[in-house]
Design a binder for this molecule. Structure first.
Ligand SMILES: [Zn+2]
Ligand SMILES: [Zn+2]
Length: 425
């Protein structure tokens, strides 16, 4: 490669190799060759990808299964041959018609229900106790409109992901003399490569189930899974995956990339500031396992609006789309703020340190307390939200670093004359 492609990190002019260092003709800076090369290091590429499953149902499966289609919401459902479905588990419509089993990928594993219908009902009733920010409409008469047992199709993604990330990093320090403020900025190039293995990252294959809800039900314990056979579905309905593995891959890739990026970033320490210059990903052994996971779906109707509760049928973890009562949140926040302000003022008064500066500090503490109280109370509501990372699915050991380079680049010094006016007056 020609050295002309290398640009001076200080002034962006072309660099040339002088036999020892990379030198800039324009500003006179010199850099270590290794550091400049690291800035332009070839990226890991190819991206994260997965082999998707293609095995359909066997003729012997189909002979023991029944399929239904909901006329109202379009849900496609499957069950075991002697089980009769009378209503749609998603929309409650009784107009579900027998359908043919065509296409579809055969699930490999099924996680059985460990939570009974009675336990799910109890969890729903208990939900309404002690939640400070629950809107008043949920204060009483929380009747279950529908409670439905459903196996939801998920795709589980496994892979060994590699990433290379190059960062620009700075160490800043400031010294003061009588006359000068001297800021020293040391620039570094930080280069990291690492591998992280992921197992069983779930992405739901159902359009009908909001991803926020399905992700909030995680995690499931796959060690308790049993091999799929039509008889496992006896007495319950399973949703037929309507988003294929390739369609769900993007979500898994996002979570893998975010997790490995965060893990690598946490190994870059000792700098005042760090920014990403470039990154690349690749993967090995990417595979997808089709599974059915157990969910209790409960709907309740308030003032004509339907609210959904979902309970992980294995662990009992509950999530829902109940909103926060903003008026109550404001009152709790204001109360916490006023409390901190009052106690703070009293303490400052007693220790005779009352002043605009100290009160400002107490005000800040009050704001932190207010947000802390609101965040804690919103947490009680267990509202469905997206998962951003997959670090919970990384195999033992987490990130394995294969390259760890911190290369010094150059130093920049800024001098600023200190104004003396204040002292003179
Ligand atoms: Zn230069
Ligand atoms: Zn339906």
């Amino acid at each position: 490669m020609s050295t002309v492609a290398y640009k001076c990190p200080n002034c962006a002019s072309s660099l040339t190799f002088n036999g020892e260092k990379m030198a800039c003709g324009a500003c006179g800076s010199q850099f270590d060759l290794a550091a400049v090369e690291a800035m332009y290091a070839a990226q890991t590429s190819g991206g994260i990808d997965f082999d998707t499953p293609d095995e359909g149902y066997a003729a012997s499966d189909v002979a023991q299964m029944k399929a239904y289609r909901c006329k109202s919401c379009g849900a496609e459902l499957i069950t075991e041959g002697t089980t009769t479905a009378t209503e749609c588990p998603y929309c409650g419509s009784p107009t579900i018609l027998p359908d043919r089993i065509e296409g579809g990928i055969r699930p490999e594993l099924v996680v059985p229900f460990a939570i009974s219908k009675e336990e799910a009902q109890k969890m729903f009733e208990d939900y309404f106790q002690g939640k400070k920010l629950l809107p008043n409409i949920f204060k009483k008469d929380n009747q279950i409109a529908e409670i439905r047992k459903l196996y939801v199709p998920y795709w589980l993604f496994d892979c060994d992901a590699d990433a290379t990330i190059v960062y620009s990093a700075e160490k800043r320090r400031t010294q003061r003399t009588d006359e000068w403020e001297i800021e020293t900025i040391e620039h570094y190039i930080v280069n990291r490569s690492g591998t992280m293995s992921f197992e069983n990252i779930p992405v739901d294959g159902s359009v009908k189930l909001d991803n926020k809800i399905s992700e909030s039900l995680e995690p499931y314990d796959l060690t308790k899974a049993v091999p799929f056979s039509p008889s496992v579905l006896s007495g319950s309905l399973a949703d037929h995956a309507d988003v294929d593995a390739a369609g769900c891959e993007k979500r898994a890739v996002e979570r893998v990339e975010k997790s490995i990026t965060n893990a690598i970033r946490s190994t870059v320490t000792g700098y005042t500031s760090v920014s990403e210059r470039s990154k690349g990903f690749s993967s090995k052994g990417g595979k997808v396992t089709p599974v059915l996971l157990p969910v209790w779906l409960i709907t309740t109707v308030k003032d004509g609006k339907t609210y959904t509760f979902a309970i992980n049928g294995q662990t009992g973890k509950l999530t829902c789309d109940v909103p926060t009562d903003k008026g109550k949140a404001f009152l709790w926040g204001a109360g916490a703020f006023a409390g901190v302000m009052g106690i703070g003022a009293l303490i400052l008064h007693l220790i005779k340190k009352m002043g605009s500066g100290t009160m400002l500090l107490v005000g800040l503490l009050g704001l932190i307390a207010a947000f802390g109280v609101i965040a804690t109370l919103i947490g009680q509501l267990k509202q469905a939200s997206s998962q951003t990372s997959a670090s919970g699915y990384s195999r033992e050991g987490g990130l394995q670093l294969s390259l760890e380079q911190d290369l010094y680049l150059y130093t920049k010094i800024n001098r600023k004359k200190i104004e003396k006016q204040e002292q003179a007056s």
